[in-house]
Design a protein around this ligand. Sequence first.
Ligand code: FMN
Length: 187
Amino acid sequence: MKQIIFIFMSLLCFSCSSKAQNQIADTNVQSDKKILVVYFSCTGTTEKAADAIAKTVGGKLYRITPATAYTSADLDWNNKSSRSSIEMTTENSRPELGGEALELKDYDVVFLGYPIWWNLCPRPVNTFLEKYDFSGKTVIPFATSGGSSITNSVKQLKKLYPKITWGEGQLLNGSVKQAGEWAKGVI
Ligand SMILES: Cc1cc2nc3c(=O)[nH]c(=O)nc-3n(C[C@H](O)[C@H](O)[C@H](O)COP(=O)(O)O)c2cc1C
């Protein structure tokens, strides 16, 4: 009888400990992902969302910095001759970037944030995407806007960069809390 109880107790212990190990492994899968939160922002709205995402998921923040900063005159979409208007009406415009060097190979997941410009992503984002090798990574777009959806910009990104593994894009025009909650849910 004692032997039977011993065998039963041993089996019970083994089952509990393997369950506990699985739980630890599951937790590690999430925390082991190295996350980069890249963003382009001229007036700070997308930056706030990016900051909230980085804080919530424990990612590193990286700003896409144009070699020449945009002035408010550059951002005037009502002026056909403004810098942003010219860039956005010129499909192959790729403004030069400055900013710090980036070791992209250190990351598994890249959140990519931008303001919607002319229903697309701003051209410096294209310069960024063409500068680095995204193989083996998942790129998850997010955007802020004056009301437009993210759909058209994501469609164009997928068309231009079919080799990139794209996660589902999200418009983040709500609170920074919403941005963080969304990011937690997708990694
Ligand atoms: C040049 C330019 C073009 C824009 N085009 C659009 C647009 O097509 N649709 C829209 O909803 N908002 C548009 N906006 C508004 C921005 O997407 C919005 O203000 C965004 O939150 C700004 O982000 P930021 O503060 O990170 O730069 C445009 C803004 C600029 C400067």
